[in-house]
Design a protein around this ligand. Structure first.
Ligand SMILES: Cc1cc2nc3c(=O)[nH]c(=O)nc-3n(C[C@H](O)[C@H](O)[C@H](O)COP(=O)(O)OP(=O)(O)OC[C@H]3O[C@@H](n4cnc5c(N)ncnc54)[C@H](O)[C@@H]3O)c2cc1C
Ligand code: SF4
Length: 339
């Protein structure tokens, strides 16, 4: 049985107190639902001396309407999936959240925790003894990357389902410290580095996710995983499109998940779609541009070569669904659930 290491548990009264503890403790981490962090601690992948709890803070659990939508970082994935407004106005986010893990994990897991989810790799997601037997790796306790021994950076994969969907929707995030707060586009929270995959400092708490008005924008999320019942993504495509009066694309944003250490914006495909109608030829061309942007490596399920080829197929399905095609049968085959 894997046991948790010893740690201090801090239950702050509010976000400010949580931020003060983080500022004063060198080796502290926040814990929300704990569905990723606690297993990681049992495997000694993450070894904080202090955990600062957020789960009980009501101020992080609110969903409020303004000109768009503001979602507290402590909102659980189950609450998000049960929100009818999100299901109709931000369909891609809803489809992403509905495919995270299992119902039990979604009951505990939060949107903030999903956005800040640790990166994954076959050589890292193992218990301590397994990793010790290969002399560990660069991401924790070792010196070398076993995926690419010449690599100077860790190539662990960004495996969050909601982040690509949120980036495609143009989400911003609010980060708070004991001394103030800042708001940044969500894609700026990430960097393509498997170890330092967030630009957030350890003192910053993700408090809110801000979505622009969803009216007039259609969005979808397609996920590929080994097991249909539940699994992390080995590839995902999030797409959001605003159509103009004549049915042509006014604005498009396509984002890939699980093909790098951060969500990958397919700018060339998004720009190509501007002012075009989604004909079969246009969809194929845009999907091929998406595949070109993906650089999967050999650190998760399925071969990188096959995953790169699959990007084009999945991107085409996403665009066909946005065009209004009935994709239910294909969805059922891939996602094994009605979405
Ligand atoms: C069997 C299994 C299957 C899973 N499948 C999937 C899957 O298919 N897709 C997927 O995306 N995830 C999956 N997960 C991972 C996890 O359950 C979810 O990502 C969940 O949303 C994490 O949220 P949490 O609140 O539990 O995060 P926690 O475990 O509490 O935290 C995760 C990380 O985020 C940080 N963090 C949390 N909240 C904040 C905040 N407000 N501000 C700053 N940092 C914060 C923590 O410090 C930690 O580093 C799976 C997990 C398990 C165990
Ligand atoms: S990509 Fe390399 S350094 Fe990163 S976790 Fe995997 S083996 Fe370790």
């Amino acid at each position: 049985m894997m046991r948790l290491p010893r740690f201090h548990y801090y239950r702050p009264r509010d976000i400010r107190e949580a931020a003060l503890v983080l500022a004063g403790e060198e080796n502290a981490m926040v814990i929300a639902g704990g569905t990723d962090l606690l297993p990681n601690m049992k495997r000694r992948q993450q070894t904080p001396r202090t955990l600062v709890a957020l789960r009980h803070l009501d101020e992080l659990k609110r969903v409020t309407n303004g000109s768009g939508l503001v979602i507290g970082a402590g909102v659980t994935l189950t609450d998000l999936v049960q929100d009818r407004g999100i299901k109709s106005a931000y369909r891609g986010l809803w489809q992403a959240a509905a495919q995270v893990a299992t119902p039990h994990l979604r009951n505990m897991g939060t949107l903030g925790g999903n956005i800040c989810l640790d990166t994954r790799c076959n050589y890292y997601d193992q218990n301590h003894e397994w990793r010790k037997a290969i002399d560990f790796c660069m991401k924790k306790d070792g010196a070398i990357c076993w995926v690419s021994t010449g690599s100077k950076t860790c190539l662990a994969t960004s495996s969050t389902d909601t982040a690509p969907a949120l980036v495609s929707l143009g989400a911003e995030v609010e980060l708070e410290t004991a001394h103030g707060q800042r708001t940044i586009p969500l894609h700026e929270l990430y960097r393509d580095d498997g170890i330092h995959y967030l630009t957030r400092s350890n003192e910053e708490i993700l408090t809110r996710i801000i979505l622009p008005d969803g009216a007039g924008t259609r969005s979808v999320y397609w996920k590929l995983r080994r097991r249909g019942s539940f699994d992390f993504p080995v590839l995902s495509v999030a797409a959001a499109i605003r159509f103009g009066a004549g049915g042509a694309v006014d604005e498009a944003r396509i984002v890939l998940g699980a093909v790098a250490s951060q969500p990958v914006l397919c700018d060339s495909a998004s720009e190509f779609l501007n002012d075009r109608s989604l004909t079969d030829e246009v969809i194929e061309e845009a999907a091929a541009l998406c595949a070109r942007a993906a650089k999967p490596v050999k650190n998760t399920d399925f071969s990188p070569h096959w995953r790169k080829r699959a990007v084009a197929r999945l991107a085409a399905y996403a665009l066909q669904e946005l065009r209004g095609d009935d994709m239910r049968a294909t969805r059922e085959k891939i996602a094994r659930q009605a979405l």
